[in-house]
Design a protein around this ligand. Sequence first.
Ligand code: 1OR
Length: 301
Amino acid sequence: SVSAESLKPSADTYDNWSPPFHEKTPDQISRLKHAIEGNFLFSHLDDEQSNQILGALVEKPIPAKDIKVISQGDAGDYFYVVEKGSFDVHVNSTGTIGPGPEGMGSKVGTIEAGGSFGELALMYNAPRAATIVSAEGNCTLWALDRVTFRRILMESTFARRRMYESFLEEVPLLSSLTPYERSKIADALETQKFAPGAVIIKEGDPGYSFYLLEDGTADAYKGDTSNKVLQYKKGDFFGELALLNDAPRAASVVATTDVKVATLGKNAFQRLLGPVEGILRRTKYQGVKAGVEEMDPLSRD
Ligand code: 1OR
């Protein structure tokens, strides 16, 4: 499959390329570490990869507001991590990309400290998909060159993004999101496996994660195992209620086969699933089999 292939080391993994090394002061290192700490793109690197990335990043101060860091349509050269300040994303969908603020198209988002941008053109050898401008003065970026990005980040982190993207495309809950919004979710997902009979969620526990069922089936129970209230199959979700309502888990969820779930922590859930919150609140019965639905089990209102 494509995802298996993209995980294979490429033929040139074993040549004698080594990443650029840019000497840094202790102050720069500590600021940089802080900047990438909460960024999921860096959380799956081993120590050697982390050190290579830390060495290759270059500090890029952006002193004023309205400085254009990336222009839509250009070729990709760098990937950027935001240490300080914020950046607006503009997409011009008319195809006529002119100079000046009018040519930038409408604002579609903002990237804050700890976030990153500029990966798409490097990943897909495509023109820049958006224009990025500083939204305030005195911002700090860290830039990673294209080759180091492709050699190190693409083989680990972005292989995971690609693998999850194809699964997320098939998840009904997420079908109204843009592909880019699904990519950001893919970056934040963690895989967990459960054996048949294992308890994935225990009724009454506090809730820290949201779950998408990647493989296998699971049942939800309220009270004891004789009171089955829901069945889940691939593409279904669960664990949303405790996070939406800040309430204890309203039911237990138990694996009925070998199960693989993709989980999203509470912060990422709130940040990335905001656009589908309405659907989450309405759809309490995703995956319910006919006949079980009338029991109205998870309704807490
Ligand atoms: P890039 O290399 O194409 C521009 O350079 C960067 O803007 C892009 O990588 C992303 O990192 C970032 N659509 C496309 N690119 C986006 C978007 C975006 N947001 C940030 N970037 N959309 C906004 C989704 C909230 C979709 C707009 C239709």
